[in-house]
Design a protein around this ligand. Structure first.
Ligand code: AKB
Length: 343
């Protein structure tokens, strides 16, 4: 027979155990998100605020973001302005920075010089502010860090990295620079190589994997979609809830267990546009897809891995995806149908 505990005592125990495990586990306390208005930041900001407390997560972006400013501290900030970045870090006593600033792969090819200036300028400023204020730093890398010379299937964690896009060149350089700052200055830099991220809050902009988000909006709105990426190209994808969890789990991981830092392969699903369309047809039988191939996106997509090997992330910090193609597709369609119906 189980013993009955007084409800007040039970609540006291629950709260104190929670606080104990929270203090024991949580490394990040005052967090700064740079580029918070984009696809990842629009969801990472509320996610981190729900874990660490709204006041402890400062969102920043080049533009005003009313939805982020409503629920916690927000500052407009140009990540290329080192002094302004330093001032925000000081003002809020920041100890952890998430640098989400990037021109993505397809848009980067339109202006490679600008892509380098923005992607590397923001990273360099973040590394320097992290060095000066002893902050931990997370900067996403990407499947785009690989090129044609890497093995396509089960692409290993450590292999040849010769990307053919300026975006990929920035990602490889960023990984190397972040490792350099870790070794040379003891800065706690960590990152993952994100697959294409599928989400339903903010649209991605200018990536090669964007089709895997747009297709859901069009499936719900019009039942058809014209895809710019060839029907048979496999690319790694991840659903946003897994992507958010990966950020926190890696940043909270025990540093003594990390053999790698920048950057971990993570994987959860890999498919072609044809496979994704077939999955959508299980919910919307008349859904139609046709193709109007963008040669730049085709070249990029074909140069990227089909599927990464994420063994190191699994072994070093316990990475494990929770969403597969079928669950993600049902969830995307149900969230978007409700939202778009209500408009
Ligand atoms: C892109 O397509 O450029 C990004 C990425 C995979 O890094 N979504």
């Amino acid at each position: 027979m189980s013993k009955k505990i007084c409800p007040f005592y039970e609540k006291f125990l629950r709260n104190n155990l929670y606080l104990y495990s929270r203090n024991f586990y949580k490394q990040m306390k005052r967090i700064l998100i740079i580029g918070a208005g984009g696809q990842i930041g629009s969801e990472l900001t509320p996610y981190l605020r729900s874990i660490y407390g709204a006041d402890n997560v400062v969102a920043t972006d080049l533009r005003e973001c009313p939805s982020l400013a409503q629920n916690g501290p927000f500052e407009t900030l140009d990540a290329l302005d080192a002094q302004a970045l330093d001032a925000v870090v000081r003002r809020y006593n920041i100890d952890s920075v998430f640098n989400l600033v990037a021109l993505l792969s397809a848009v980067g090819e339109r202006n490679p010089q600008l892509a380098w200036q923005i992607n590397m300028g923001a990273l360099m400023n973040c590394l320097e502010v992290a060095r000066q204020h002893k902050c931990a730093l997370f900067t996403p890398s990407s499947i785009g860090a690989f090129g044609n010379s890497a093995p396509k299937n089960k692409t290993p964690q450590d292999t040849v990295m010769q990307p053919s896009t300026i975006y990929g060149v920035c990602k490889v350089t960023g990984e190397l620079l972040s490792n350099y700052y870790a070794v040379r200055y003891g800065i706690d830099t960590r990152s993952v190589r994100f697959p294409g991220i599928i989400s339903n809050v903010a649209l991605p902009g200018g990536g090669t994997t964007d089709y895997a988000v747009e297709i859901f909006y069009e499936a719900v709105k019009s039942g058809k979609y014209t895809c710019a990426v060839p029907h048979d190209v496999y690319m790694d994808m991840i659903y946003m809830p897994d992507a958010l969890r990966a950020c926190v789990e890696l940043m909270e991981a025990d540093p003594t267990k990390l053999v790698h830092r920048n950057s971990f392969n993570i994987a959860s699903m890999s498919f072609t546009p044809d496979i994704l369309a077939a999955e959508i047809r299980r919910h919307i039988p008349d859904f139609a897809i046709d193709f109007d191939i963008d040669p730049v996106k085709e070249q990029i997509a074909r140069s990227w891995p089909d599927m990464l090997d994420d063994t190191c992330a699994r072994e070093e910090w316990g990475w494990k995806p929770e969403w597969d193609l079928s669950r993600m597709t049902s969830d995307m369609l149900s969230v978007l149908s409700q939202r778009l119906d209500n408009k």
